[in-house]
Design a protein around this ligand. Sequence first.
Ligand code: ADP
Length: 265
Amino acid sequence: MIYTLGIDIGSTTSKCVILSNRKDIIAMALLKGGAGTKSPIKAFNLALERAELCSDDLSYVISTGYGRENFSESSEQISELSCHAKGVFFCEPNTRTIIDIGGQDVKVIALDENGKMSNFLMNDKCAAGTGRFLDVMSGILAIDVHELEEYARNSKKPVSISNTCTVFAESEVISQMSKGVEIEDLVAGICESVARRVAGLAKRIGIKDRIFMSGGVAQNGGVRHSLENILNKNIAYNDKAQYMGAIGASLFAYDKFLDNQKGGE
Ligand code: ADP
């Protein structure tokens, strides 16, 4: 058995995936807290514990994501764009466009039929259209990000949020709350605001079917369905959407391990 581990150290979370023989996911771990926290090493140890392995059993470890450079357990680092492309293509080979919304950035990645990244666009300069926007808004609404989907679903009359900038949008939402606007309607408007921003980026790259949504925000059906309406396209997603970078890193780890073995022969 060849065990490889991929760790995606993001701005807000740390995700770990262990693969056996480049085929089966034998353990996953996700902890809140990303670059600069203790979460990466805790997620690493948790994944090992779940797989009933120790670090010496791992043939190769690759780190990716915002905090990839500072992880002492990794054998090598690879960019998150490459890892996302690899992870999504492995799990969903029909994908030609990836929309990844993380804690602080959004990426749209175009793939060719061999899974090679042919183009990408990224916004990491502005919180609008990222998980950060949803984190800030759920904070002022005093609800958890995991509840956003249900609130959005129960909205009868979504309120459009006119400000794009997170700081101004925050004041706008507070003002609407003070006027007694229903939280459900505000949440639907907030999800739509993120979707509008991301759709703008996706349209610039030229969307090809099939679209797959990854990253933490993919779990939010409110944003997903809003994006589907704006783009007039179906968007696929699965329960491992937040782990795609870590899966890609673990796949790269296997490939690099074999390359090194061949090089040493
Ligand atoms: P990163 O890799 O940048 O840390 P992730 O892809 O792990 O980002 O996504 C983290 C973001 O996803 C956070 O902003 C978090 O609030 C958001 N998130 C996680 N679960 C949900 C959910 N159910 N609904 C909306 N946002 C979510």
